[in-house]
Write a protein that binds this ligand. Structure first.
Ligand SMILES: [Zn+2]
Length: 296
């Protein structure tokens, strides 16, 4: 059996699954916002699940950020108390065994590639668009990390220029201007809506308005889809996945499905684009399931 732990910013979720991916049990705890507390929480969850089910399991941990190849420490995570710390090594020391460890976007992609919306495909790209834009690549049910540990970070490529550009290029926190993330993330979405209409609205509200037939919101969303297609076309031109599975707030935007492929055709270097752009199967559970799948 396999235990997965997803270290979220506010909740730490754990799951135990069998060889077929069937969920046996799941539990959640609040995430302590300090390093030692986080280590304690992970170990308590593992001990509880293993004692209860009387099995020694494989352990997979999904975390924000990534492990630096130079220092083995976490970098770039939004749970800042983990940054600069050798989290994987310290959990291994405490549990006295090797564990699997991946960033949360990779866990999402793996879970969807194993039993979710991408399970029929050999190459699956998982995309999370929420407060940021990230991604993970899975080939034959294996996470691809890459030489620099940055595979899937399409959000900080530049948004390609198009003949129908209407949106401004904003500064990105990474130091560049006009990154894909500044167009497609939730905050980027509201910022551009404000630029166009001088109205401040949350991305979720704009989506709801579009679903209720509001013309401004609908026009805006179709422009957004054009930008989404430009961003994803870069991914398709390089890795040509069978499925792109969407997660995060944007995956609830129902206008994407059914419309995105005709837009992709404008930008992908191919006469046909049959890549399936699909909504995730497991929602918020993808992270914790993917962490457990690391040991399958
Ligand atoms: Zn950036």
């Amino acid at each position: 059996m396999h235990i997965g732990i997803d270290l979220g910013g506010t909740k730490t979720e754990s799951i135990i699954i069998d060889e077929n991916g069937k969920e046996i049990e799941r539990l959640r705890k609040n995430t302590p916002k300090n390093y030692n507390g986080t280590l304690d929480t992970v170990c308590e969850l593992v001990k509880y699940l293993e004692d209860k089910h009387k099995k020694k399991c494989s352990i997979g941990v999904g975390s924000p950020g990534a492990l630096s190849k130079e220092t083995d420490c976490i970098k770039g995570g939004n749970s800042t108390w983990l940054n600069g710390r050798p989290l994987k090594k310290d959990i291994e020391l405490r549990l006295n065994r090797k564990i699997f460890f991946e960033n949360d976007a990779n866990c999402f992609a793996l879970s969807e590639a194993y039993d979710g919306s991408g399970s029929k495909h050999e190459i699956v790209f998982g995309v999370i668009i929420g407060t940021g834009v990230g991604g993970g690549l899975v080939i034959n049910k294996k996470v691809i990390n890459g030489f620099n540990n940055i595979t899937g970070e399409w959000g900080h490529n530049q948004m390609p220029i198009g003949s129908n550009d209407k949106w401004n290029r904003h500064d990105c926190y990474c130091g560049k201007k006009g990154c894909i993330e500044t167009f497609l993330s939730g905050p980027g979405f509201s910022k551009h809506y404000f630029d166009m209409y001088n109205i401040k609205l949350d991305a979720k509200i704009i989506q709801e308005n579009a679903n209720n037939g509001d013309e401004k919101a609908l026009e805006f969303i179709f422009q957004y889809l054009d930008y989404l297609a430009r961003g994803l076309a870069q991914v398709i031109n390089i890795i040509d996945p069978g499925a792109i599975v969407l997660g995060g707030g944007v995956s609830n935007m129902k206008q994407i499905y059914g419309n995105i492929n005709s837009k992709l055709k404008k930008y992908v270097f191919s006469d046909t684009v049959n890549t399936e752009v699909v909504k995730n199967t497991f929602g918020d559970s993808s992270g914790v399931r993917g962490a457990a799948d690391l040991g399958r």
